[in-house]
Design a protein. Structure first.
Length: 256
């Protein structure tokens, strides 16, 4: 991956992270009173993260992890280098926080909080916290939910990439039976990043078709108008990816 593409991806990642922070800040501190035009794009930023993840994972697999063993070892090492520390810090922070009566009382009314339990620790450590819409929160660390999707997408990516024929179909079926429809329905969004990488990597320097090279700026401007149109029409009726009410609403979220 050349330097310019790497810098671009870092910039997109930074802006998406900023949008998530703004959205949470607006909701939890200001009760959504800040202008939504700037401070209410958290859901969409998460979708950007999913696409970026697929793009980067495909690049890493193509360049450094060409077989199942190397891919699996690298993904587990990458995940647990962060996850183990995150779980320990979350458990300790929850324990210390609950020593304060005011904290305990405030958490009783928090939609993003569940008391730390053996079940929540195990499910988050094994990335099974989102299977079939379970949404098992570890203390106040609700942002951990995304790893319950991400890790499962690594599994399916490995099945698709390193197997073929009947074995691939068997693996995909077992995967779907384990994760359920809610995690599965956002996999195409994640895999879109892989397909984007495949398209761009056909050229050594990430070249693009002449049409897109010539009109890329205008296409970019057009996507901004399309985004805000969809955001303020269809988007008004969508909810967060991990909110599970009934299948039709989640299908609507997927289409959005």
């Amino acid at each position: 991956m050349n330097k310019s593409v790497s810098i671009y991806l870092d910039l997109v990642r930074f802006l998406a992270a900023l949008m998530v922070v703004f959205a949470h800040f607006n909701a939890l501190v200001f009760g959504r009173e800040l202008p939504g035009f700037i401070f209410n794009h958290g859901r969409e930023a998460v979708a950007v993260f999913f696409v970026l993840s697929g793009f980067v994972i495909r690049h890493i697999q193509k360049s450094r992890e060409p077989n199942f063993r190397s891919f699996t070892v690298a993904r587990l090492a990458r995940l647990y280098s962060v996850v183990l520390l995150a779980v320990v810090v979350t458990v300790l922070a929850d324990f210390v926080g609950n020593l304060n009566a005011e904290y305990r009382q405030s958490m009783n009314f928090a939609v993003f909080y569940d008391p730390v339990s053996v079940k929540s620790v195990i499910s988050n450590l094994t990335f099974t916290n989102e299977l079939w819409g379970s949404h098992l929160i570890l203390g106040a660390n609700e942002p951990f939910w995304s790893l319950g999707y991400e890790a499962m997408y690594y599994v399916l990516f490995a099945v698709i990439t390193f197997s073929s024929g009947k074995l691939r179909w068997f693996g995909m079926t077992i995967w779907l039976m384990i994760v359920g429809p809610f995690v599965a329905m956002y996999f195409p969004l994640w895999y879109l990043g892989c397909l984007t990488y495949d398209k761009l990597s056909t050229s050594k320097e990430y070249g693009v078709d002449k049409f897109f090279a010539k009109y890329s700026f205008y296409i970019f401007l057009a996507t901004i108008f399309v985004y805000f149109f969809v955001r303020h029409t269809i988007g008004k009726h969508a909810s967060n990816m991990y909110f599970f009410f009934f299948l039709s609403l989640n299908l609507f979220n997927f289409l959005y």
